[in-house]
Design a protein around this ligand. Structure first.
Ligand code: SF4
Ligand code: SF4
Length: 203
């Protein structure tokens, strides 16, 4: 193989520079978006790592409501100000790496919902040094092989969740105002399963 070809191959694969840029947040809109079940796991992890729960802000971002004013939260914005509480400055690493939310695992890919559109984050240092990537949407799968698989799974989970909510008579609303009852998506799924079971038993 010619040396030039080898160079192109190695340069064309995303390699995290461990620069810490993506674990520091100065604007709320940059903060990770997480599924409701990821939000609950984050709360547990934060508690395990001794982060006071009152310092944690998980804002309902995508909410669905039925005609009885029952609400289901599917997505939260994990509002982080400054460094993420899981970021370890000394080792330049994530202290919950195996369990970090999907938004962090797919980064620097950004997934837009409901469209499913993928883009790359201009805030990533590697992207800054490889700006040509932003013009090569056709190569995303080659440049970000593992990140794109995570993004695909997240989108599939999102689409399936929204479809289920629609089938159960829920429609997307702007927030939790006016909700009589608020459930996370996984609580809603469990309660829907329970009530179906009761219906069956009752004949
Ligand atoms: S969870 Fe880990 S990867 Fe995600 S922002 Fe926090 S430190 Fe960074
Ligand atoms: S900004 Fe990009 S290169 Fe830097 S740590 Fe985050 S993912 Fe890695």
């Amino acid at each position: 193989m010619a040396p030039g070809v080898r160079f192109l191959h190695s340069a064309a694969r995303f390699t995290c520079l461990r620069c810490m840029y993506c674990c520091f947040f100065s604007r709320e809109e940059e903060a990770p978006v997480v599924f409701s079940w990821e939000a609950r796991r984050l709360e547990e992890l934060l508690e395990e790592h001794g982060v006071p729960i009152e310092n944690v802000e998980l804002k309902p971002l995508e909410v669905y409501r039925d005609d009885k004013d029952r609400c289901v939260v599917l997505l939260y914005r994990w509002v982080i100000r400054g460094f993420c509480p899981f970021y370890d400055v000394a080792s330049r690493g994530c202290r919950i790496h195996p369990e970090k939310p999907s938004a962090c695992r797919m980064y620097p890919l950004l997934l837009e919902v409901p469209s499913g559109r993928l883009s790359v984050s201009g805030a990533c240092k590697w992207i800054e040094e490889n700006m040509w990537v932003t013009k090569r949407g056709d190569l995303l799968g080659k440049i970000f092989p593992s990140e794109i698989e995570i993004a695909k799974k997240v989108f599939a989970d999102y689409v399936a969740a929204v479809q289920l909510l629609r089938e159960e008579g829920f429609r997307k609303v702007n927030g939790i105002e006016g909700c009589r009852e608020i459930l996370d998506f996984e609580e809603f799924v469990a309660s829907a399963g329970d009530s179906r079971g009761e219906e069956k038993e009752g004949g």
